[in-house]
Design a protein around this ligand. Structure first.
Ligand code: NPW
Ligand code: K
Length: 501
């Protein structure tokens, strides 16, 4: 698990590392510049290309100067450095790196006003103007320079963060940011890189380690955490000898309606394939033939007309409720019946979330420790409209605590909010998975993990990771642009095995 720090915490962690590793500040900058150079040359290694490095006069600019020296050593012959002297202030390490660079043949130009600039002829621009030290939106010369660089439409690679971009907090639509094709960022992704609004400023990012003290960053106890493969490997347990279907729980999937039986099939088949010992689907009569033909391993409890079926509550380890269920009175009556009789944590998705949003009385009997898996629109229906994803993060954090639930807010980087106010970001999954039914599969996978006695937090974290990993394992090696949910469900077991190998 990697803690995601805010800009001021990153600054503290840098300072701590400098005094406790110990390493001099200029050597830490050199390490950062080298880490940048390695990723940069791996992607843009054609030394015939010309590079312009725009530097500020703080430490981000200092990085830029060190990078200019390292790229020249690497073999780039056309490296121009342009220093924006918009302020008299300089950092010590900027000055040291300027002296070092002046001893090489690299051309260094300085400008005090954007008006002095001509259209940039270089192939690639490296943005080392402002980094983590940003403390106000870009105005004046900086804003003009930002607009100017954006207007050139060049390939831009940002050092640490794009100039003008806040690593955390609300992203303002109107603010000027130097748009980056790639941000090579130090130590950790910045929290805002993981929210959809960053896509206008950061097309892609890569985080490179620079040896920041891990014990220190852990003890800052950041609410924002980034899931790593090692975390999931630690969660997943191999199956034991002498175990049987009873060992792995009995899950009930309450889903489907005449026109939306597919959701029930995807959800319940994903549940079975993610390892629930037994899976039963509570489905409408009209879907029974479909269920039996789609997956004979799944048992059925049939819903006929308006009648609520008899459910032997004690039989089920957990339930996944909602995919394709419908929002009519019958669905409401069924959900009320479940909440009244069943007290163990359940997984709530899709129409069951919409019912919760409409009938507030349901909240009172939602089993504590349950897992809600909304996408953005469902989340807003549940908790009110949000203008930004940053606001959604704060609401998810508050509501998970207040209601003692887990919220899985689906996103490119799905966010799991837990009752102890932590927010976990998951990085697996890809755009090929963007299709109807994918959420139903996720619900099935999380339900299966709960049935197998993983804790609710473990089920959420391993569930979102595995679901995304299965999609990645299918799509990425073959560069598929589409991977359908049924295939993802079928891949989960293999991806899980890959992680446990
Ligand atoms: N040792 C380390 O810590 C390491 C740091 N590293 C690198 O340092 C970067 C952080 O450097 P930094 O702290 O010097 O800040 P930076 O982003 O260069 O800004 C400089 C100054 O600009 C100013 N300013 C802010 N906003 C402004 C605005 N809108 N318009 C105009 N001015 C504005 C503000 O000054 P102020 O306004 O407070 O006087 C600020 O102090 C980090 O991103 C990474 O690249 C790595 O080398 C690893 C080791
Ligand atoms: K920058």
């Amino acid at each position: 698990m990697q803690p995601l720090l805010t800009a001021s915490q990153i600054h503290e962690a840098d300072t701590y590392t400098i005094s406790h590793e110990p390493i001099s500040s200029i050597d830490l900058m050199e390490r950062a510049a080298k880490a940048f150079e390695q990723v940069f040359t791996a992607r843009y290694g054609d030394i015939e290309k010309s590079i312009a490095i725009y530097c500020g006069t703080g430490n981000n600019g200092g990085d830029g100067l060190a990078i200019a020296r390292l790229l020249t050593d690497y073999g780039f012959e056309k490296v121009d450095v342009k220093i924006a002297r918009f302020s008299e202030k300089t950092s010590v390490d900027f000055n040291t790196n300027l002296e070092r660079l002046q001893q090489t043949g690299v051309i260094i130009k300085e400008f005090k006003s954007t008006a002095e600039l001509i259209i940039e002829p270089a192939d690639i621009i490296i943005d080392a103007l402002l980094g983590n030290g940003l403390n106000k939106p870009l105005t004046g010369e900086y804003a003009q320079l930002g607009q100017q660089i954006n207007s050139w439409g060049k390939t831009v690679v940002a050092v640490d963060v794009p100039t003008g971009f806040y690593g955390e907090g609300e992203i303002e639509e109107v603010a000027v940011v130097i748009k980056a094709d790639l941000a090579i960022t130090f130590q950790q992704p910045k929290i805002n890189f993981l929210l959809p609004e960053s896509k206008y400023a950061v097309k892609n990012w890569v985080a490179v380690g620079i040896g920041i003290n891990k014990t220190y960053t852990q003890q800052l106890n950041s609410p924002y955490q980034y899931l790593e493969e090692a975390d999931i490997k630690q969660i997943l347990e191999p199956r034991e000898r002498f175990s049987n279907k009873g060992t792995y729980g009995h899950a009930l999937i309450v889903a489907g309606h005449a026109e939306t039986m597919g959701a029930a099939l995807l959800c319940s088949s994903a549940c079975a394939q993610a390892g629930a010992g037994l899976t039963t689907a509570c489905i409408p009569q009209s879907g029974l033939v479909a269920l039996n033909s789609y997956m004979p391993e799944i048992m059925a409890i049939v819903r006929e007309g308006e009648t609520i079926p008899e459910i032997d509550w004690a039989k089920f380890s957990t339930m996944g409720i909602g995919p394709g269920l419908g929002k009519d009175d019958n669905a409401l009556a069924l959900l009320t019946e479940i909440f009244t009789n069943y007290t163990r944590p359940v997984v709530i998705d899709a129409d069951a979330l919409n019912l919760l949003a409409t009938y507030k009385q349901l909240w009172a009997c939602l089993p504590k420790g349950s897992i809600l898996t909304p996408h953005m629109k469902e989340f807003d229906r549940l908790f009110g409209e949000h203008k930004t994803w940053w606001q959604r993060l704060q609401t998810a954090q508050q509501k998970a605590k207040e209601l003692e639930i887990y919220i899985v807010l689906k996103n490119d980087y799905t966010i799991v909010a837990s009752p102890d106010e932590k927010l976990y970001f998951n990085a697996t999954s890809n755009a090929a998975m963007a299709s109807g039914g994918m959420g139903d599969v996720l619900t099935g996978v999380i339900t299966a993990l709960l049935a197998q006695q993983y804790s609710a937090l473990e089920a959420c974290l391993a569930g979102v990771y595995l679901h995304g990993k299965a999609g990645d394992d299918l799509a990425l090696p073959n560069k598929l642009t589409v991977v359908l949910p049924g295939r993802v469900a079928a891949q989960v077991a293999a991806s899980m095995a890959g992680l446990m190998a």
